[in-house]
Ligand binder design. Structure first.
Ligand code: FAD
Ligand code: AMP
Length: 471
């Protein structure tokens, strides 16, 4: 069997793995990256972040042309949906970005192996491909194998009528009735895409709220907006079964009548790709969720083997994986590398968007932490009015004594871009007073952050407030 030797072998070419490969190559190491897919970029690029955002953008433009342009005085005489073109655009974006990674690998002299990798002992990996097997040896190994959609017993995913996000990114026609199982961000984003394109969309959620993990007040406000958009929600509805019967999908839930649909999207979270990796061969443990346990420097219990991204603990987000990749490589190189998990933003790319960083109000209450809150409605922003994007609000939570910002939660247009300021502020340990003193360009949506910070001190300008008299 052919054997190749490297300083670092990376298992998985997603935003964790490929970013680690590029950084390690910059440091002059010999690096190999194994991925079983022809296109690099992982879940994020092939069937996650990028294709979903491409479809969100296209479907939003279609919806806007149908329902939003008239108020701007723009008359559209006739309008057609070309779904095939929407998919072609999405596919082209993915292709361009994947080729970009190929190019970066070539420039950085990262060796790419197309195949399935498996740990074969300490410092040793076996790659199985169409051409057979080959063996790699490495000083260090980085596991970045990511995650896949979580299954639900009773829901028979057939990759067609009953599918996961991967199928929902590629439906060849607009479903008449799409049932989404799970009101997390993936279910809501893809539910929004198909709703905008004309499908009836019903979201079934086991809990009594949508978007668990996000600030409740913000999630509830979003829920009301999504309902107005025509998405139907059934909360406290636990799905037990989904099957195809007589060419219809039948979804059965606890304490509810069966429901019929022509497509079902299972979106109840993601599970790590850690089985079938040969972890037990080298003595690496996983926790009850199947996630690899790592120390602060991403080291597993086995010397020379590290893990990052969706296959370890923490939020399953692309930027978290990439951030861990950089921190892990810097640490391996003997430098400084750190991930502050409290300042990792999370974004839901619905319309309007939701974005958050830091702690929610519920978490602060549970901790018994004394805090103050400042809220500013998008309605009162000049920029939001000109954009016609007046739904939503900004909420800033700060420590009652020190005024340090503990959490920022935004519901509104471009919330995903606005949250960057909050994440930067929190990373530098800013107080809400610091945010209030920033000079935001006018008119921008970012002004709402300044106003929310002022509101926390009862000094907001564009909403009524009762200021405390201050020097
Ligand atoms: P992955 O991207 O999953 O990459 C792992 C790679 O390793 C994959 O290519 C996999 O096939 C390969 N692999 C696994 N095992 C092996 C093996 N044994 N041998 C060879 N190759 C292997 N996150 C965001 O931050 N923002 C978003 O907007 C967002 N939107 C999303 C939308 C959808 C529909 C989905 C499904 C996910 C979304 N995510 C988003 C999550 C994001 O995609 C993941 O958090 C991210 O891809 C994790 O990166 P990773 O490198 O850890 O793993
Ligand atoms: P996330 O983990 O953010 O992707 O969200 C997944 C959502 O699916 C959560 O809100 C879960 O409560 C929900 N969920 C999990 N199991 C079920 C089920 N059997 N029926 C309906 N919703 C579910």
């Amino acid at each position: 069997m052919t054997e190749h030797s490297f300083d670092l072998v990376i298992l998985g070419g997603g935003p964790g793995g490929y970013v680690a490969a590029i950084r390690a190559a910059q440091l002059g190491w010999s690096v190999a990256c194994i991925d079983e897919n022809e296109q690099l970029g992982g879940t994020c690029l092939r069937v996650g972040c990028i294709p979903s955002k491409a479809l969100l953008e296209s479907s939003e433009r279609y919806h806007e042309a149908l329902h939003g342009l008239a108020q701007h005085g723009v008359k559209v005489e006739s309008l057609d949906l070309d779904l095939a073109q929407m998919h072609r655009r999405k596919t082209q974006i993915v292709k361009t970005l994947a080729q970009g990674i190929d190019g970066l690998f070539k420039k950085g002299k990262v060796t790419r192996f197309l195949g399935r990798g498996r740990l074969d002992g300490p410092g040793s990996i076996l790659v199985t491909s169409q051409d057979g097997e080959l063996s790699l040896t490495a000083k260090d190994i980085l596991i970045a194998t990511g995650s896949r959609p979580a299954p639900l017993p009773g829901v028979e995913v057939d990759g067609d009528r009953i599918g996961t996000s991967t199928e929902a990114l590629a439906y060849d026609r607009v479903p008449e009735h799409l049932v989404v199982i799970g009101a997390g961000y993936i279910g809501l984003e893809l539910g929004s895409v198909w709703r905008r394109l004309g499908a009836r969309v019903t979201v079934l959620e086991a809990l009594d709220r949508i978007l668990p993990g996000m600030d409740l007040e913000i999630a509830q406000a979003a829920h009301q907006i999504f309902k107005k958009q025509g998405i139907e929600f059934r909360l406290q509805t636990r799905v037990q079964q989904a099957v195809v019967q007589d060419d219809r999908c039948v979804v059965r839930c606890e304490d509810a009548d069966p429901m019929e649909a022509d497509r079902v999207l299972l979106a109840i979270g993601r599970v790590p790709n850690t089985d079938d990796l040969g972890l037990d061969r080298v003595g690496i443990q996983v926790d009850r969720r199947g996630e690899i346990e790592v120390a602060e420097n991403f080291a597993t219990k086995v010397p020379g083997i590290y893990a990052i991204g969706d296959c370890i603990q923490g939020p399953k987000l692309a930027h978290k994986a990439s951030h861990e990749a950089l921190a892990c490589i810097e640490r391996l190189a003997g430098g400084y590398g750190h991930v502050d998990y409290n300042t990792i933003p999370g974004v839901v790319y619905t319309h309007p968007e939701l974005a958050a960083v830091g702690q929610t109000e519920e978490q602060l209450k549970e901790e018994g932490r004394e805090y103050r809150r400042g809220v500013f409605p998008m309605m009162a922003s000049g920029r939001a009015q000109t954009l016609g994007e007046t739904d939503g609000k900004v909420k800033i939570l700060a420590d009652a004594q020190t005024d340090r910002v503990l959490g920022v939660h935004i519901l509104g247009a471009r919330a995903g871009d606005l949250i960057a300021e909050a994440a930067a502020a929190m990373s530098f340990g800013a107080s809400s007073e610091d945010l209030a003193h920033l000079c935001h360009a006018h008119p921008t949506l970012a002004e709402t952050l300044g106003e929310a910070a002022l509101a926390l001190h009862q000094r907001a300008i564009h909403i009524p407030s009762t200021p405390r008299v201050q020097a």
